[in-house]
Design a binder for this molecule. Sequence first.
Ligand SMILES: C[S@@+](CC[C@H](N)C(=O)[O-])C[C@H]1O[C@@H](n2cnc3c(N)ncnc32)[C@H](O)[C@@H]1O
Length: 256
Amino acid sequence: MARDASLHGVGRHDRIAELARLQTLLGGPPLEVADLAAGYGRTVRTLLAAAQGPIRIHAVDTASGLDDDVLNDERVRSVIADLDEPLPFEPGALDRVLSINVAEHLVDPRAHLADAFRVLRPGGLLVLAHSDWDTALFAGDDDALTRRLVDRFVSTPPRFAERADGFMGRKLLGLASAAPFEIETVETWADCHRRFDADSVGWKVARGVLAAAVDDPDLAAEAQAWVDRLVRLADEGRFLFTVTDVAVVLRRPDPA
Ligand SMILES: C[S@@+](CC[C@H](N)C(=O)[O-])C[C@H]1O[C@@H](n2cnc3c(N)ncnc32)[C@H](O)[C@@H]1O
Protein backbone atom coordinates (compact mmCIF):
# COMPACT_ATOMS: atom_id res chain seq x y z
CA MET A 1 0.00 0.00 0.00
CA ALA A 2 1.29 3.49 -0.83
CA ARG A 3 2.74 5.31 2.18
CA ASP A 4 1.34 8.74 2.88
CA ALA A 5 2.71 11.05 5.57
CA SER A 6 -0.80 11.95 6.67
CA LEU A 7 -1.52 8.28 7.39
CA HIS A 8 1.57 7.65 9.46
CA GLY A 9 1.21 10.13 12.29
CA VAL A 10 3.90 12.54 11.16
CA GLY A 11 1.86 14.84 8.95
CA ARG A 12 1.71 18.62 9.00
CA HIS A 13 -1.03 18.83 11.64
CA ASP A 14 1.07 16.80 14.09
CA ARG A 15 4.09 18.99 13.45
CA ILE A 16 1.94 22.08 13.98
CA ALA A 17 0.50 20.71 17.24
CA GLU A 18 4.03 20.08 18.48
CA LEU A 19 5.07 23.63 17.61
CA ALA A 20 2.09 24.96 19.59
CA ARG A 21 3.55 23.54 22.85
CA LEU A 22 0.29 22.73 24.62
CA GLN A 23 1.64 21.81 28.05
CA THR A 24 -0.30 23.37 30.93
CA LEU A 25 0.38 23.52 34.65
CA LEU A 26 -1.35 20.73 36.60
CA GLY A 27 -4.51 22.19 38.13
CA GLY A 28 -4.09 25.42 36.11
CA PRO A 29 -6.80 27.04 33.98
CA PRO A 30 -7.48 25.66 30.49
CA LEU A 31 -5.11 26.76 27.77
CA GLU A 32 -7.05 29.21 25.59
CA VAL A 33 -6.30 28.43 21.93
CA ALA A 34 -7.74 29.89 18.73
CA ASP A 35 -7.41 28.09 15.39
CA LEU A 36 -8.03 30.82 12.82
CA ALA A 37 -9.61 29.30 9.68
CA ALA A 38 -10.20 25.90 11.24
CA GLY A 39 -11.79 24.39 8.12
CA TYR A 40 -12.93 20.81 8.78
CA GLY A 41 -11.03 20.85 12.07
CA ARG A 42 -8.03 18.70 11.19
CA THR A 43 -5.64 20.89 13.16
CA VAL A 44 -8.14 21.17 16.04
CA ARG A 45 -8.43 17.36 16.21
CA THR A 46 -4.65 17.03 16.45
CA LEU A 47 -4.42 19.78 19.07
CA LEU A 48 -7.04 17.97 21.18
CA ALA A 49 -5.04 14.75 20.97
CA ALA A 50 -1.76 16.53 21.81
CA ALA A 51 -3.11 18.55 24.77
CA GLN A 52 -1.56 17.44 28.03
CA GLY A 53 -4.00 19.28 30.25
CA PRO A 54 -7.22 21.28 30.12
CA ILE A 55 -7.70 23.16 26.88
CA ARG A 56 -10.37 25.27 25.20
CA ILE A 57 -10.15 25.65 21.44
CA HIS A 58 -11.97 28.44 19.62
CA ALA A 59 -12.32 27.15 16.06
CA VAL A 60 -12.81 30.24 13.88
CA ASP A 61 -14.01 30.21 10.26
CA THR A 62 -16.56 31.91 8.02
CA ALA A 63 -18.92 28.97 8.53
CA SER A 64 -18.87 25.95 10.79
CA GLY A 65 -17.48 23.22 8.56
CA LEU A 66 -16.10 21.26 11.52
CA ASP A 67 -16.35 17.48 11.35
CA ASP A 68 -18.89 16.13 13.87
CA ASP A 69 -16.36 14.54 16.24
CA VAL A 70 -14.59 17.90 16.61
CA LEU A 71 -17.78 19.97 16.78
CA ASN A 72 -19.24 17.74 19.50
CA ASP A 73 -16.13 17.82 21.68
CA GLU A 74 -16.94 19.90 24.75
CA ARG A 75 -13.47 21.48 24.64
CA VAL A 76 -14.25 23.05 21.24
CA ARG A 77 -16.21 26.23 20.58
CA SER A 78 -17.12 27.05 16.99
CA VAL A 79 -16.75 30.77 16.23
CA ILE A 80 -18.15 32.21 13.01
CA ALA A 81 -16.09 35.26 12.06
CA ASP A 82 -14.50 36.99 9.09
CA LEU A 83 -10.73 37.14 9.53
CA ASP A 84 -10.64 40.31 7.45
CA GLU A 85 -12.30 41.95 10.46
CA PRO A 86 -10.85 42.36 13.99
CA LEU A 87 -10.77 39.05 15.86
CA PRO A 88 -13.70 38.50 18.28
CA PHE A 89 -11.44 38.14 21.35
CA GLU A 90 -10.45 40.53 24.11
CA PRO A 91 -6.87 41.85 24.16
CA GLY A 92 -4.54 39.32 25.82
CA ALA A 93 -7.28 36.65 26.02
CA LEU A 94 -5.42 33.79 24.31
CA ASP A 95 -2.42 31.58 25.13
CA ARG A 96 -2.02 30.27 21.58
CA VAL A 97 -3.17 31.41 18.17
CA LEU A 98 -2.81 29.23 15.07
CA SER A 99 -3.08 30.53 11.54
CA ILE A 100 -2.61 27.72 9.04
CA ASN A 101 -2.94 28.15 5.26
CA VAL A 102 -5.21 31.16 5.43
CA ALA A 103 -2.91 34.21 5.09
CA GLU A 104 -3.06 33.99 1.27
CA HIS A 105 -6.86 34.48 1.36
CA LEU A 106 -6.88 37.62 3.48
CA VAL A 107 -7.06 41.23 2.26
CA ASP A 108 -4.24 42.31 4.59
CA PRO A 109 -2.12 39.47 6.03
CA ARG A 110 -0.04 41.98 8.06
CA ALA A 111 -3.19 43.26 9.78
CA HIS A 112 -4.04 39.60 10.53
CA LEU A 113 -0.71 39.19 12.35
CA ALA A 114 -1.05 42.49 14.20
CA ASP A 115 -4.48 41.45 15.44
CA ALA A 116 -3.17 38.03 16.52
CA PHE A 117 -0.57 39.93 18.57
CA ARG A 118 -3.34 41.98 20.20
CA VAL A 119 -5.34 38.97 21.35
CA LEU A 120 -2.34 36.98 22.64
CA ARG A 121 -1.35 37.32 26.29
CA PRO A 122 2.27 38.37 26.93
CA GLY A 123 4.34 35.21 26.48
CA GLY A 124 1.66 33.69 24.21
CA LEU A 125 2.54 32.04 20.90
CA LEU A 126 1.35 32.47 17.34
CA VAL A 127 1.92 29.47 15.09
CA LEU A 128 1.79 30.80 11.54
CA ALA A 129 2.16 28.18 8.81
CA HIS A 130 1.59 28.06 5.08
CA SER A 131 2.26 25.79 2.15
CA ASP A 132 4.38 27.40 -0.54
CA TRP A 133 2.51 26.13 -3.60
CA ASP A 134 5.24 27.11 -6.05
CA THR A 135 7.28 24.23 -4.56
CA ALA A 136 4.66 21.63 -5.55
CA LEU A 137 6.44 18.48 -6.75
CA PHE A 138 4.62 15.91 -8.86
CA ALA A 139 6.26 12.73 -10.10
CA GLY A 140 5.66 12.45 -13.85
CA ASP A 141 7.06 11.72 -17.25
CA ASP A 142 6.99 15.23 -18.75
CA ASP A 143 9.05 17.68 -16.71
CA ALA A 144 8.49 20.65 -19.03
CA LEU A 145 4.69 20.22 -18.95
CA THR A 146 4.68 19.77 -15.15
CA ARG A 147 6.72 23.00 -14.80
CA ARG A 148 4.32 24.85 -17.10
CA LEU A 149 1.25 23.59 -15.24
CA VAL A 150 2.63 24.41 -11.78
CA ASP A 151 3.63 27.89 -13.02
CA ARG A 152 0.13 28.37 -14.37
CA PHE A 153 -1.37 27.10 -11.09
CA VAL A 154 0.54 29.61 -8.92
CA SER A 155 0.02 32.54 -11.29
CA THR A 156 -3.72 31.96 -11.87
CA PRO A 157 -5.70 32.21 -8.63
CA PRO A 158 -8.99 30.28 -8.79
CA ARG A 159 -12.24 32.24 -9.11
CA PHE A 160 -13.36 31.22 -5.60
CA ALA A 161 -10.10 32.49 -4.03
CA GLU A 162 -9.02 35.48 -6.07
CA ARG A 163 -6.32 36.48 -3.57
CA ALA A 164 -4.52 33.10 -3.50
CA ASP A 165 -0.74 33.54 -3.33
CA GLY A 166 1.38 30.56 -4.38
CA PHE A 167 4.46 32.11 -2.77
CA MET A 168 2.97 32.75 0.69
CA GLY A 169 5.10 30.18 2.56
CA ARG A 170 8.33 32.03 1.86
CA LYS A 171 6.72 35.36 2.83
CA LEU A 172 5.80 34.41 6.41
CA LEU A 173 9.01 35.64 8.01
CA GLY A 174 8.53 39.00 6.30
CA LEU A 175 5.00 39.21 7.71
CA ALA A 176 6.34 38.67 11.25
CA SER A 177 7.46 42.30 11.37
CA ALA A 178 3.80 43.42 11.37
CA ALA A 179 3.90 43.44 15.19
CA PRO A 180 6.74 43.42 17.78
CA PHE A 181 6.88 39.60 18.00
CA GLU A 182 9.97 37.64 19.02
CA ILE A 183 10.77 34.91 16.50
CA GLU A 184 10.91 31.60 18.39
CA THR A 185 11.27 29.00 15.65
CA VAL A 186 11.26 28.77 11.89
CA GLU A 187 10.70 25.36 10.32
CA THR A 188 10.15 23.96 6.86
CA TRP A 189 9.18 20.46 5.83
CA ALA A 190 7.79 18.60 2.85
CA ASP A 191 5.54 15.66 3.74
CA CYS A 192 5.63 12.66 1.42
CA HIS A 193 2.25 11.89 -0.22
CA ARG A 194 1.95 8.77 -2.34
CA ARG A 195 -1.82 8.52 -2.66
CA PHE A 196 -3.71 10.07 -5.57
CA ASP A 197 -7.38 9.53 -4.73
CA ALA A 198 -10.18 12.00 -4.11
CA ASP A 199 -9.19 12.55 -0.45
CA SER A 200 -5.49 13.04 -1.08
CA VAL A 201 -3.55 16.30 -0.98
CA GLY A 202 -2.01 15.63 -4.41
CA TRP A 203 -5.48 15.22 -5.92
CA LYS A 204 -6.69 18.53 -4.47
CA VAL A 205 -3.69 20.37 -5.88
CA ALA A 206 -4.08 18.60 -9.25
CA ARG A 207 -7.70 19.82 -9.33
CA GLY A 208 -6.35 23.34 -8.77
CA VAL A 209 -3.98 22.79 -11.71
CA LEU A 210 -6.91 21.73 -13.93
CA ALA A 211 -8.92 24.77 -12.84
CA ALA A 212 -6.01 27.11 -13.61
CA ALA A 213 -5.77 25.75 -17.17
CA VAL A 214 -9.47 25.85 -17.96
CA ASP A 215 -9.44 29.14 -19.93
CA ASP A 216 -6.83 27.80 -22.39
CA PRO A 217 -8.44 24.86 -24.30
CA ASP A 218 -5.10 23.43 -25.53
CA LEU A 219 -3.48 23.61 -22.11
CA ALA A 220 -6.66 22.27 -20.47
CA ALA A 221 -6.50 19.16 -22.69
CA GLU A 222 -2.79 18.71 -21.86
CA ALA A 223 -3.54 19.15 -18.16
CA GLN A 224 -6.30 16.51 -18.27
CA ALA A 225 -3.96 14.05 -20.02
CA TRP A 226 -1.30 14.86 -17.37
CA VAL A 227 -3.76 14.04 -14.56
CA ASP A 228 -4.80 10.81 -16.33
CA ARG A 229 -1.12 9.78 -16.43
CA LEU A 230 -0.78 10.59 -12.70
CA VAL A 231 -3.71 8.25 -12.01
CA ARG A 232 -1.94 5.47 -13.91
CA LEU A 233 1.30 6.24 -12.06
CA ALA A 234 -0.56 5.93 -8.78
CA ASP A 235 -2.08 2.60 -9.87
CA GLU A 236 1.47 1.36 -10.45
CA GLY A 237 2.60 2.65 -7.03
CA ARG A 238 4.88 5.27 -8.58
CA PHE A 239 3.00 8.46 -7.68
CA LEU A 240 4.68 11.07 -5.48
CA PHE A 241 3.51 14.51 -4.41
CA THR A 242 5.00 16.93 -1.95
CA VAL A 243 4.98 20.64 -1.23
CA THR A 244 7.12 22.68 1.15
CA ASP A 245 5.36 23.97 4.25
CA VAL A 246 6.83 26.90 6.18
CA ALA A 247 6.01 27.39 9.87
CA VAL A 248 7.01 30.34 12.01
CA VAL A 249 6.42 30.43 15.76
CA LEU A 250 6.16 33.96 17.11
CA ARG A 251 6.04 34.98 20.76
CA ARG A 252 4.39 38.08 22.16
CA PRO A 253 7.17 39.33 24.48
CA ASP A 254 6.51 39.11 28.19
CA PRO A 255 8.03 42.12 29.97
CA ALA A 256 7.59 40.40 33.38
C1 LIG B 1 -7.03 26.06 2.84
S1 LIG B 1 -8.23 26.10 4.13
C2 LIG B 1 -7.21 25.85 5.54
C3 LIG B 1 -7.93 25.13 6.63
C4 LIG B 1 -7.05 24.71 7.81
N1 LIG B 1 -6.44 25.86 8.48
C5 LIG B 1 -6.00 23.72 7.37
O1 LIG B 1 -4.83 24.07 7.25
O2 LIG B 1 -6.37 22.57 7.12
C6 LIG B 1 -8.60 27.82 4.22
C7 LIG B 1 -9.69 28.13 5.22
O3 LIG B 1 -9.71 29.54 5.39
C8 LIG B 1 -11.06 29.93 5.54
N2 LIG B 1 -11.12 31.36 5.23
C9 LIG B 1 -10.76 31.96 4.07
N3 LIG B 1 -10.97 33.30 4.16
C10 LIG B 1 -11.46 33.53 5.40
C11 LIG B 1 -11.87 34.70 6.10
N4 LIG B 1 -11.84 35.92 5.52
N5 LIG B 1 -12.33 34.57 7.36
C12 LIG B 1 -12.40 33.36 7.96
N6 LIG B 1 -12.00 32.21 7.36
C13 LIG B 1 -11.55 32.30 6.09
C14 LIG B 1 -11.84 29.03 4.61
O4 LIG B 1 -13.20 28.97 4.96
C15 LIG B 1 -11.10 27.71 4.80
O5 LIG B 1 -11.67 26.94 5.83
